[in-house]
Ligand binder design. Sequence first.
Ligand code: UD1
Ligand code: CA
Length: 458
Amino acid sequence: MSIDVVVLAAGQGSRMKSSLPKVLHTIGGKPMVQHVIDRASALENIRLHVVIGHGADQVREALAGQSVSFALQSEQLGTGHAVAQAMPAIKAECNDDGVVLVLYGDVPLTAVDTLQSLVDIAATGQLGLLTVELDNPSGYGRIVRNTDRQVMAIVEQKDATPEQRAIHEINTGIMAIPTLHLARWLPLLSAENAQNEYYLTDIIAMAAADGVGIEAIQPATEQEVQGVNNRLQQAELERWFQSQQAETLMLNGVSLADPSRLDIRGTVSHGQDVFIDVNVILEGDVVLGDGVIIESNCVIRDSVIGTGSHIKANSHLEQAQLAAGCDVGPFARLRPGTELAEAARIGNFVETKKAQIGAGSKVNHLTYIGDTRIGQGANVGAGTITCNYDGVNKFRTEIGDGAFIGSNSSLVAPVEIGNGATIAAGSTVTRNVAAQELAVGRGKQRNIAGWKKPVKNS
Ligand code: UD1
Ligand code: CA
């Protein structure tokens, strides 16, 4: 059996008040429509169709390179009309026992299990409907059942009678339908209703009339079917999503000082006994080894932190690779291409970029290290700058094992400092320094005796 997933994403989302199409607004750093696609992709044997309209080019671009086909709905004439736009692509490929799963691009967090259950229902030739009981059902389509509790129809709020409006079971919009039935019903939809739209929901009454079974199931939580129409709902769903992620981390052995003050915008894999303090943001793919400690206010993006490493407060890491036992921060900035070997130490107000720093080496204070390789056991003094850029090109600096760079030195690249070499504090180094040499590159100190201080003009 094949599943054609139709993701409705043509609506404007005007209540977001944004130039970005609604479905590209993010939850956990990922566009909502991408959440929908990723979850659907966990099902077997699917083909993805995204119905686009408002902001079509932006949505297309955001999903470029994925195996998704697009159906353009140039006028938004309703959910039934939207699904119909995807049918030519579906019919062309359809086999007799196929199923269409309808999802909304602005309902991002439906559980894969829930989707699977709907598909399983449709695979038996019935219509699978996802419904939920709401205290306040206002605005939603109501589920109309007969006295035997069988679903007979969905009535939109604007078309509903007062009795129907009193129904608390609502249509989430998510459903799975046997493809052959859907293909037969869609052309029969009419727009003679309060909104002059082609309602997908009208196929429910058609199914009932045709004697096709309708089975309604409910999600495990309301948030699974929560749509996002404005930024308030987006923020609410974001908090729920983050709380879910935090819960998963904790149940897998990570200690969080406060689960409500961690944000994960990507994926985290981790070892045992990791501790994360408050206000930490983890983005992209982050790997945390056993016993890693991350102090408060750190932002860590696409980085690997080795076993037992300690990231102190207010540090910012991006595309950094740390071996075991490293010590970073507080207030360190590790930019892309930073690689720390075992037990390396980066201290406060240090910026690194494309820098390989050898085992046990220390760069402790107020320093910039860029396009540089530092060997093992070297010590870089406070205020050292690798001058890697002449305004046009970048050049490399090599610092050998056990080298000692005195404070406030400028290493003008390209330059090599040999193993065990010493650079006197305050030097500007423009020539290579051989192993074990001392380089002094600074003006000689003169002390002027009898110096008269200037006197203030009256
Ligand atoms: C729809 C359902 C309603 C349900 C509610 C759940 C219908 C007729 N009504 O109502 O029963 O309770 O969702 O939120 O189906 N879209 C398109 N093209 C269109 C129209 C809509 O792509 O022409 C997309 C929208 O971008 C959105 C989704 O379909 O992602 C739902 O559209 P929306 O206008 O929010 O539907 P409702 O009227 O709220
Ligand atoms: Ca809606």
